[in-house]
Design a binder for this molecule. Structure first.
Ligand SMILES: [Fe+2]
Length: 248
């Protein structure tokens, strides 16, 4: 059984019994996929290790693509292994990061994954922690409720894929003959971004790349997160946030 849901941002209340009772009947061979912004590889503090340990008590296996709100410097430290045909990082035995540009075969279905997204909560800038007057600037911006983040603490340039990752994705799609059952991403292709934002959301190199995927790859269904809503777009696209739904 495979379920799928949207951003968790390090908070997993939706997996606990009363909100997802079906979860209790699942086993480690059942999966719940998170469409990015997993958020529990964040500051590496002891409480977070305990949180990850508590996820290891959950009866099912959690799979996640990365979003824009992950600590990519910490995430990079986890060893890369091969799992179901693609590269993964095991955060816990049942908490697995599905890496960018991979194709996996899970329960007889194929999945193409491409995490990452451009943050849209940074319009007031990215602060450098070692810049002169950082503390004063940080607290002033915070008081003014400005939308900013701090490099290496709450924002990482690796939120956007590298050229190497795009190339790996293209190679793996070529190997899969441009046909997969499911596509799992954090952000959406241009065409869908325009529909969600009513033309108000900006596109970027990743949404451009996903648009290329949308127009060249044969797929059954595409699931994504990032835009913090639960919404069906046409027959083939599902934007997920709170809902946990079985795979179509
Ligand atoms: Fe998010």
């Amino acid at each position: 059984m495979i379920h799928i849901t949207g951003d968790t941002h390090g908070k997993f209340h939706k997996f606990w019994t009363n909100e997802f009772p079906e979860g209790q009947a699942l086993s480690r061979n059942d999966y719940v996929i998170i469409c990015g912004d997993f958020g529990a590889v964040w500051d590496g503090e002891a409480y977070q290790e305990l949180l990850l340990d508590s996820l290891a008590e959950i009866p099912f296996t959690i799979l996640f693509v990365d979003g824009n709100h992950e600590n990519f410097e910490l995430l990079e430290k986890y060893p890369v292994t091969k799992w179901h045909g693609g590269k993964v990082q095991k955060i816990r035995p049942n908490v697995i990061h599905l890496m960018r540009g991979q194709v996996y075969t899970i329960d007889g279905s194929t999945f193409f994954t491409m995490g990452g997204a451009k943050s849209h909560d940074i319009q007031d800038g990215i602060l450098e922690p070692d810049e002169p007057g950082f503390d004063e600037k940080f607290w002033r911006m915070r008081r003014m409720r400005m939308l900013f983040r701090v490099n290496h603490y709450s924002w990482w340039k690796e939120e956007m894929p590298s050229e190497k990752e795009y190339e790996e994705a293209r190679q793996n799609l070529r190997k899969a003959n441009y046909k997969v059952d499911y596509i799992i991403t954090h952000c959406a292709p241009n065409d869908i971004v325009d529909i969600i934002g009513g033309g108000m959301y900006e596109t970027d190199p990743l949404t451009d790349f996903l648009e290329e995927v949308r127009t060249t790859v044969d797929f059954k269904h595409w699931y994504f997160g990032h835009y913090h809503d639960d919404r069906q777009i046409g027959q083939k696209f599902s934007l997920l946030y709170d809902e946990i739904i079985p795979l179509e």
